[in-house]
Ligand binder design. Structure first.
Ligand SMILES: NC(=O)c1ccc[n+]([C@@H]2O[C@H](COP(=O)([O-])OP(=O)(O)OC[C@H]3O[C@@H](n4cnc5c(N)ncnc54)[C@H](OP(=O)(O)O)[C@@H]3O)[C@@H](O)[C@H]2O)c1
Length: 332
């Protein structure tokens, strides 16, 4: 089968190639999937540039979310059968390939109403967005939400999920002024290009008040701003390190207790490893939201595996816009 292979860490796509490799076989509790579509994520970029803790070994096949049909079921798997249309979180990578292996616990059936390209964005991107708001931030009715990197894949779906979950004002920040229109088009009530005076601009956007929830994938580079703008009782969720630098220490306990502030960490890979059923439940829920028309996911569909490295470079350069999925096989 064909797979996208990263041969060694690199800042560019010069060490990424398509190779013929052996198709995986399922072990106990696993399935293999004939991949129709796979999601492309910033996670692939973090692996590619060699961030610590991502690729266990090189060469590495990236890709952590797929949609397709079950090819083979491993020993001990119940409730899934060959030919069934499924979406899966492929923990540890391997999704950008014609055949992927996944734990059955992280594999869920796709409702008939959901097209495969959209389903391919569910196990990682859509589930992350849902879990950030529900499990990590514990969003309550009417609460305001600030999202950094608002025009990206996760950022764009967060804008849609906040009202679905009963949340209030959505403020998004982006790294470049030219991304402001796409954050607005994506649903943010206010979109701000990050720069001097960011904390004042965020507070002004919320009528001079602090925001209830901050969702921050930028390591600790904006943590000072987050602490400045969060309301008493607010939650700051740290869920990424796009810049790749060494994270700074967290603020002293006294600052958190005095401010009544929670700082929460979130990793869907971590949760997939430790509590896969929670991730699968989130994937089922987002697929149901799509199936019932409550969540509409705009996608850029990339026609072949050969085009995936260019998308990785777009994301690495901070030029991505919304969500990208790649087609591995012709739609059924
Ligand atoms: N913890 C988790 O489980 C989890 C799951 C999914 C995604 N994430 C994180 O959420 C973020 C969004 O993921 P995504 O897949 O949807 O990607 P994305 O938002 O489409 O692309 C990443 C964005 O990060 C921002 N960025 C900031 N500094 C950057 C740098 N030095 N190099 C490149 N980009 C930089 C850019 O947006 P701006 O310049 O507009 O900020 C860029 O568009 C990523 O940081 C990702 O790691 C975390």
């Amino acid at each position: 089968m064909r797979a996208l292979v990263m041969t060694e860490p690199s800042q560019g796509s010069d060490r990424t190639e398509i190779r013929e490799v052996d198709a995986p076989r399922p072990g106990a509790g696993e399935v293999t999937i004939d991949v129709a579509y796979a999601g492309i994520n910033f996670l692939d970029v973090m692996v590619r540039r060699g961030d610590a803790g991502y690729a266990k070994a090189w060469p590495y096949v990236p890709g952590t979310e797929v949609a397709g049909t079950v090819r083979e079921v491993g020993p001990g798997v119940t409730g899934l059968s060959a030919g069934q249309r499924v979406a899966a979180f492929t923990l540890g990578g391997g999704g950008l390939a014609e055949v992927a292996r996944a734990q059955a616990a992280l594999t869920v059936p796709i409702p008939d109403e959901v097209p495969s390209p959209v389903a391919a964005a569910a196990p990682l991107m859509l589930s992350t967005a849902l879990l950030l708001l529900t499990d990590a931030a514990r969003l309550r009715s009417g609460e305001s939400v600030l999202v950094h990197s608002a025009s990206g894949g996760v950022g764009s779906v967060l804008a849609q999920l906040v009202p679905v979950l009963g949340g209030g004002l959505r403020i998004g920040t982006v790294g470049r002024p030219e991304k402001v229109p796409s954050a607005r088009d994506g649903g943010y009530d206010v979109a701000i290009a990050r720069g001097d005076g960011l904390a004042e601009a965020v507070r002004a956007a919320n009528g001079g008040e602090g925001v209830d929830v901050v969702l921050d994938p930028l390591g600790t580079s904006l943590l000072d701003v987050d602490l400045e703008v969060v309301a008493p009782g607010g939650r700051i969720v740290l869920f990424g390190n796009a810049g790749g630098g060494q994270p700074a220490p967290l603020p002293p306990v006294g600052q958190l207790t005095r401010g009544n502030i929670a700082i929460v960490g979130f990793s869907i890979s971590g949760l997939s490893a430790t509590a896969p059923r929670r991730v699968a439940a989130a994937t089922r829920r987002v697929l149901d939201l799509v199936a019932t028309g409550r969540l509409d996911v705009p996608l850029t569909e990339v026609g072949s595996l050969a085009e995936a490295p260019a998308v990785h470079q777009l994301l690495a350069d901070g030029r991505g816009n919304g969500k990208y999925v790649v087609r591995l096989a012709s739609p059924a």
